[in-house]
Design a protein around this ligand. Structure first.
Ligand SMILES: Cc1ncc(C[n+]2csc(CCOP(=O)(O)OP(=O)(O)O)c2C)c(N)n1
Length: 933
């Protein structure tokens, strides 16, 4: 007689349903099943007699199996997840009667109808169902039925039902846990007492966050992980800093005192610092005398969740080695990112979805992130139904097939089990895991805020709700694990420790800020970026090699053939923009500096100019010339990013600050789209140095130019970057030749460790292939980056020049290439290639060289209220030494450019004509359209 084995791994409920169909109509099942069922009787429990022979018996067995499966799937809906005791929603599918079975039926059916580690100890289906309820409807809600990979789902089921991550299989030290909770709680109580009303964003109500982190970090240390990166917002941050990152109490207390001393208040210094709950910290965990592991929490801004991609980028960098040529190597066993989210922020902030979307992508995968939602069931004042449309705050994670465990933060053992499960799952599958730690918020949004204005009922409950330490202490006293006065003694110990630290505090001395040291003066100006011709020619030849049998697309092959001879005549302009870029990259790799370049469609390049990854035209095989370069001494990687700016740029920022010796470049599809990442630009790239002492050197390539493609696709919004430019916080360039771009990239690579600054480059579109932008090989081999470029044509007759035009970027080509130029030798056109730091010395030198010029004119194609005009005007005025400075631009406008290409051409023409007009004042075309002032 065939048994269950006959059906292999098939779900037994399904088999029984199939059997029921067969019984009614043998023809309704497939022939193979028919053959088996003809000889088969559904197994019955031993004491029930042969119930299975009857249709009712089969129905009951089907019902019992479905009930058990429903508990697995929906048990979390009946779990007691809220420490404040709200009733779980439940679900009819969790009731036996919904499935047509009674307790008696269950008692008569055998437990092995449903394979499970719990079936072994169960005498009947009733035992099994009860055991399932204890696992799935307790203070833990396992929410993993959305995981589609069977091996992962089976593992999760086995882990939940097998209990290998909880006592007794994996015991917890109950006293150590009480000790830790006492420390966590005392910290908050002490601050509350000593600094009443001062904002600290207390952890209280979610105190278990600290033991959960302890558990993950402990597991990570044991498994040989080298670095843990934690991203978290304000809530509980000080407590985590003190206890997980070992930030000394003295330092935290000194920050509460907020001393104004000569150490942290110097008006001449580019330093603002930040509030204490944004600061970062690093802790080295020593393994003997060696540092076994480093736990870091980078600083972050108020912008909730903005740090998520940053931490992912840091983890990717920490797990990647780049010191060998070819592709870099990523090993998920080196680093673990942990992201701690708010329950309102996780569903509300789009950057979370963007970050989750990075998790399985080539070049972005970090081998699994452990997410923890510190779920206090409130936003600021907003409640659940005002914050998310999903069933749980964690709902978004389901779409990414991330297993979720909801856990009641008042059950310490359940929380520790969730942490163990999370780490083990990540270690096994290298995938994300989410712990939804459900607690409450003991105080208002901050400690000065009155929560009862908006949540009166909830806060009545909270007022009389014991803390988790009290609950755990009571449990241990009841179990006889500790004596009744032991818990209070622990609290007293930690309160005394804090009091002692406060009594001994020397705020000015204990207050520590991570000020970066100044760079060596003139480092940028001294940098040599030229590369000898023979070296360049050899790199060029190597880049043009392809593996035997590799067939390059025919159109591309023709372009590549043209590149074979670019070094034949070193004074001819044979090097276009993309060739210059590839040669810059190749020479940087040859210098031993690795490169990472990402962006939407960056591999080919938006304008089909880069082709850094070649696709074999018949097999589709890939060839990356910069990875196959024999001269390279470091790794090269390039990835098409997903269609994201905010998370994609945040990720590169994180990668960059974690690995400052590598050249990291992000390219926007068009410059316009960079404003989708404005928070990353404002909060990290441009201000991290003066707030937090970080020293980013990320490069942003932003295509920018008015070319008649409409209001978008025109502007990288240089005015935004220029408005943010202060305290030498970045470099902003808009170069007009391929050689300038070559030297700019090489200068950036050379300065990575000596004078690092973010670099914003406004890059060309149509000019990528323009002959005026192409450079001669000798400009690469004999020159360097020029901050300002003089007008060669006018330099010979400087004394005749009456108008000195300054401009930047593509409008130079429009002006210099125009027929009016030849007719106007009294006009010189100079290019400002680096907008920031403003090259004042060069500007002054140029102006003084043209002593006869009686006006200085800034020409830009952007509207007057955009582009560099407002930023550069005072600098030009200063350089002009009293001579008038005028401007020619598109009229002020709410949108960067015209929608019609015809109107664009007309406007462009007007600007050029105005630049060459006899008097720039006369050139004003219509009163309301001030092309010139
Ligand atoms: C992007 C952003 N928008 C608004 C705020 C203002 N804000 C600070 S905390 C907070 C509520 C956050 O709620 P939740 O994510 O549940 O975290 P909690 O403070 O409750 O721990 C808000 C709206 C912010 N910091 N960041």
């Amino acid at each position: 007689m065939p048994g269950w084995d006959e059906f292999g791994d098939l779900n037994r409920g399904y088999v029984l349903e199939l059997y029921e169909r067969f019984r009614k109509d043998p023809g309704s099942v497939d022939p193979e099943s028919r053959v088996i069922f003809e000889r088969w009787t559904p197994p019955a429990s031993e004491d029930a007699g042969p119930v299975a022979e009857s249709a009712i018996g089969v129905k009951r067995a089907v019902g019992a199996v479905n009930l058990a499966q429903s508990i697995r799937r929906y048990g979390h809906l009946a779990a007691q997840l809220d420490p404040l005791g709200s009733r779980p929603p439940g679900d009819p599918l969790l009731l036996a009667e919904t499935h047509g079975v009674t307790e008696d039926d269950l008692r008569r059916l055998p437990a092995d109808l449903v394979p499970s580690p719990l079936s072994d100890g169960a005498g009947s289906m009733l035992d099994l169902v009860e055991a399932f309820r204890r696992v799935y409807c307790s203070t833990t809600g396992y929410d993993y039925s959305h995981v589609f990979v069977p091996a992962e789902r089976n593992w999760l089921r086995q882990a939940a039902e097998g209990g290998q991550f909880r006592a007794p299989a994996d015991p917890i030290d109950p006293v150590a846990l009480l000790d830790r909770l006492s420390q966590v709680e005392s910290f908050e109580r002490f601050l509350h007492r000593s600094f009443p009303g001062k904002t600290r964003f207390s952890i209280e109500g979610l105190d278990m966050l600290v033991p959960v982190l302890d558990e993950v970090i402990g597991e990570a240390a044991e498994s040989g992980i080298r670095s843990i990166l934690i991203g978290m917002a304000h809530r509980g941050r000080l407590n985590v800093m003190a206890h997980v990152l070992s930030k000394p109490y003295e330092q935290i207390l000194a920050e509460f005192k907020d001393p104004l001393s000569s150490r942290n208040f110097r008006e001449d210094m580019a330093w603002t610092g930040d509030v204490k709950y944004h600061a970062g910290a690093t802790r080295a965990i020593k393994d003997g005398r060696e540092i076994g592991m480093e736990v870091s929490m980078p600083p972050n801004p108020s912008h909730l969740e903005a740090v998520d991609p940053v931490v992912e980028g840091m983890a990717r960098a920490a797990g990647t080695t780049t010191d060998r040529a070819g592709a870099p190597e990523f090993d998920p066993r080196r680093s673990v990112p942990i992201l701690i989210h708010g329950d309102a922020a996780f569903p509300g902030q789009g950057i979370v979805a963007e970050t989750l979307n990075l998790s399985r992508l080539n070049g972005y995968d970090t081998g699994g992130t452990i997410h923890i939602i510190v779920n206090n069931q409130l936003g600021f004042t907003a409640g659940i139904r005002e914050s998310f449309s999903t069933s749980y705050a964690s709902g978004l994670a389901r779409g990414f097939k991330i297993p979720i465990v909801h856990v009641n933060a008042d059950d310490p053992e359940a929380c520790v089990e969730a942490a163990r499960l999370a780490f083990a799952y990540r270690a096994t599958f290298q995938r994300d895991f989410l712990i939804d730690l459900i607690g409450y918020r003991r105080w208002g949004h901050n400690e000065g805020d009155e929560p009862a204005f908006t949540q009166p009922v909830m806060y009545q409950k909270i007022a009389s709700h014991p803390t988790v330490r009290e609950i755990w202490a009571r449990t241990l006293v009841e179990r006889g694990t500790v004596s009744p006065d032991a818990p209070e003694a622990l609290t007293a110990k930690y309160m005394n420790q804090l009091q002692h630290a406060l009594d001994a505090l020397q705020p000015e001395k204990d207050f520590v800020e991570p000020l970066p040291g100044p760079p060596p003066p003139g480092a940028a100006a001294r940098t040599q970026t030229a590369v000898p011709l023979d070296r360049l020619a050899a790199l060029n030849a190597a880049l043009l090699n392809t593996p035997d049998g590799f067939s390059v697309n025919r159109k591309l092959e023709r372009l590549r053939e043209r590149r074979v001879n670019v070094f034949a005549k070193p004074d001819d302009r044979t090097i276009d923009w993309s060739t210059a870029e590839e040669l810059a990259f190749a020479s940087i790799l040859e210098d031993g500096i690795s490169i990472r370049l990402t962006g939407e469609d960056a591999e080919r390049g938006t304008f089909s100019h880069r082709h850094a990854v070649l696709h074999d035209s018949s097999s589709g095989a890939l060839h990356v010339p910069l990875q196959a370069l024999p001269q390279a001494r470091a790794a090269f990687e390039i990835h098409n990013s997903p269609l994201s700016e905010n998370a994609a740029l945040g990720f590169e920022y994180g990668y960059n600050v974690q690995a400052p010796s590598r050249l990291v470049i992000w390219e926007a599809q068009y410059g316009d789209f960079v404003n989708g990442a404005q928070a990353i630009i404002d909060e990290f790239i441009t201000s991290a140095r003066v707030k937090w002492g970080q020293q980013p050197s990320l490069v942003m390539l932003l295509p920018h130019a008015h070319e008649g493609q409409g209001p978008d696709h025109a502007s990288a919004r240089p005015e935004r970057f220029l408005q943010l430019a202060a305290d030498i916080n970045m470099r902003i360039a808009n170069c007009t030749t391929a050689a300038q771009y070559f030297h700019l990239l090489r200068r950036q690579a050379a300065l990575l460790l000596t004078d690092p600054l973010p670099l914003v480059v406004l890059t060309p579109k149509s000019l990528l292939r323009h002959p005026m932008v192409a450079s001669a090989p000798r400009e690469l081999s004999d020159m360097r980056f020029r901050l300002v470029i003089d007008d060669d044509a006018a330099a010979g007759h400087a004394n005749l020049v009456r108008r000195l035009i300054f401009c930047t970027g593509k409008v130079y080509v429009d002006l210099a290439g125009n027929e009016l130029r030849a007719a106007n030798p009294q006009i010189a056109i100079c290019r400002v290639e680096q907008l920031y730091p403003v090259p004042m010395r060069d500007l002054r030198a140029l102006v003084s060289q043209y002593a006869a010029a009686d006006e200085i004119v800034w020409v830009q194609e952007e509207p007057e209220n955009m582009g560099a005009l407002d930023f550069i005007r005072p600098h030009l005025q200063e350089a002009a030494g009293g001579r008038p400075v005028r401007a020619i631009a598109r009229p002020r406008s709410a949108s960067p450019a015209e929608g019609s290409s015809a109107r664009h051409s007309r406007q462009q023409q007007t600007i050029v004509e105005a630049a060459f007009a006899k008097s720039t004042v006369e050139a004003r075309p219509r009163p309301q359209e001030s092309y010139a002032r």
